[in-house]
Ligand binder design. Structure first.
Ligand code: ADP
Ligand code: MG
Length: 475
């Protein structure tokens, strides 16, 4: 029997506000434990939460960017459970009345566009964190994250493979970063993902029993955890068993998922509307104002790059996946007007040099520097091959291409007279190869070019060398 995976993702994204969702405590990452808390985060008796207006704006922008409907009225609810990282004894979230439902985003899967529907987006606060590492037999509580604003984006079970799950997550992250509401940093926990996975006989319309894999926090682990889980479920079914509904965790070292709690042990959260918070009312005008403030999104930009710059779709999709790279590309165009050349260089040399795959958003050389290098290739000062070495030196020294070329004698030799001298010397030394060439073995041109390059330490202008050689050998 052939089985198909069915996957729905629940993604938590941290909103990039300076203060927390219901208190003025700061949200900066990496501060000393418990230095970013106040009585509201600590859940002290008598305190009252107040919704952060910026967090609400960011949440609405995110929802609009993924085509969701925004509800003029929504409500916060208390999700009750006990855990040491949650001093209030409940998390403030939205439950029956989220601020947003019914959106979608497009992913490019197998050369086609696939729509992944979004069920809902709601706002909630993050919990604190238990610290066990290097703490001997004790655990410590760090409440810096308590009250950090999050949105939870819940997809419909429209995702049909681990690859699609990663594409969805990448697209979502890209959109949130484009609109500037989330920094997308998965290592710091700004974007976290729970993957719901089931399998069913291919073509079946009913859903199988799902397993929820909690907190898979890198693209690679999302891919691996889902692949493992799909295989596991298929083998359970083929072995005559039944998949049990449960929450599992992914062990990245072993590459397996393992049970965390079964359905029976599932929490009863006893949700109820939070009496400390008023219903959230958002006016239509405000929603339209936020809609109008959205920047060009990745899909639109991709389209524009193919139409305006005539880039192949592949190039456009690589460049526009990250706003930083797309901005960089367009900045280069101000100094150098061959889009495809710039694209080639960004997709190879530049992206290879981007630290941590561009997470930090830092580019290895400035747009003006890269353009300066490309101009030196075009005017024949250096060859494309040498340019790669020059680029490396630009990255490590911060010098411009011009400075490096002038200071190092790696200028390309394009002078005809000089090359003719070198070539005539080489031809004199290889009469046998000349006869074979004249007898029809034209591939030998490569042999001669190689000799010239060796004699010039790779600096000869290949175009001029070819011209001279062809002319000389025809004599
Ligand atoms: P729960 O009540 O357990 O939270 P929900 O219906 O709220 O379940 O769905 C949570 C997530 O699980 C959603 O992303 C949804 O698309 C996904 N999901 C629901 N049923 C399935 C299923 N049978 N297989 C895979 N994913 C599913
Ligand atoms: Mg749910």
């Amino acid at each position: 029997m052939d089985y198909e995976p069915v996957i729905g993702l629940e993604v938590h994204a941290q909103l990039k506000t300076r203060s927390k969702i219901f208190s003025p405590a700061p949200t900066e990452f990496g501060a000393p434990p418990n230095s970013q808390v106040n009585p509201i985060c600590l859940g002290m008796p008598g305190v009252l939460p107040v919704l952060n207006g910026k967090a609400l704006e960011y949440a609405v922008k995110a929802a609009l960017a993924v085509n969701c409907e925004i509800h003029g009225r929504s409500r916060f609810a208390r999700k009750n459970y006990f855990y040491p990282d949650l001093p209030k004894g409940y998390q403030i979230s939205q439950y029956e009345e989220p601020f947003s439902t019914g959106g979608w985003l497009d992913i490019g899967a197998n050369g086609a566009v696939k729509k992944i529907r979004i069920t809902r987006i709601h706002m909630e606060e993050d919990a604190g964190k238990l610290v066990h590492e290097n703490m001997g037999r004790s655990s410590f509580v760090d409440l810096n994250r308590a009250g950090v604003p999050l949105i939870e984006i819940v997809s419909e079970p429209d995702i049909a493979s681990a690859e699609e799950a990663v594409l969805y997550l990448k697209k979502l992250r890209s959109i949130l970063m484009y609109i500037g509401v989330c920094d997308g940093n998965m290592e710091e926990g700004s974007l976290r993902c729970d993957a719901n996975v089931s399998v069913r006989p291919r073509g079946s319309k009913t859903l199988g029993t799902k397993v929820e894999i909690k907190n898979v926090n890198s693209f690679k682990f999302v891919q691996k955890a889902i692949e493992y889980e799909v295989k596991r479920q298929v083998s359970v079914i083929e072995g005559g068993g039944k998949v049990v509904q449960e929450t599992r965790l992914y062990d990245a070292d072993k590459g397996v998922t393992f049970s965390m709690r079964s359905k029976e042990e599932a929490h009863d959260y006893r949700y109820f509307p939070d009496p400390d918070l008023l219903p959230v009312v958002i006016e239509r005008e405000k929603i339209e104002e936020l809609r109008a403030s959205l920047p060009e999104l990745p899909d639109q930009r991709l389209m524009r790059f193919t139409q305006v710059y005539k880039l192949p779709e592949y190039d456009a999709s690589v460049l526009t996946a990250s706003k930083v790279i797309a901005d960089y590309f367009e900045e280069c165009l101000k100094y150098y007007d061959n889009p495809k050349n710039i694209s080639n260089w960004i997709m190879t040399e530049v992206m290879r040099e981007m630290k941590d795959e561009g997470e930090s958003g830092e580019m290895p050389v400035s747009p003006r520097s890269l353009s300066g290098l490309l101009l030196l290739i075009d005017d024949g000062t250096i060859s494309g091959k040498i340019a790669k070495d020059v680029f490396q030196e630009m990255v490590s020294t911060g010098k411009t291409a011009k400075e490096i070329v002038e200071g190092s004698g790696i200028k390309q030799i394009s002078d005809r007279g000089e090359l003719e001298n070198i070539i005539s010397g080489i031809l004199k030394d290889h009469p046998a190869e000349i006869s074979r060439y004249k007898a029809g073995d034209e591939k030998l041109i490569g042999f001669f070019v190689g000799k010239v390059m060796k004699a010039t330490q790779g600096k000869a202008n290949p175009k001029v060398v070819n011209e001279i050689l062809t002319a000389e050998l025809a004599k």
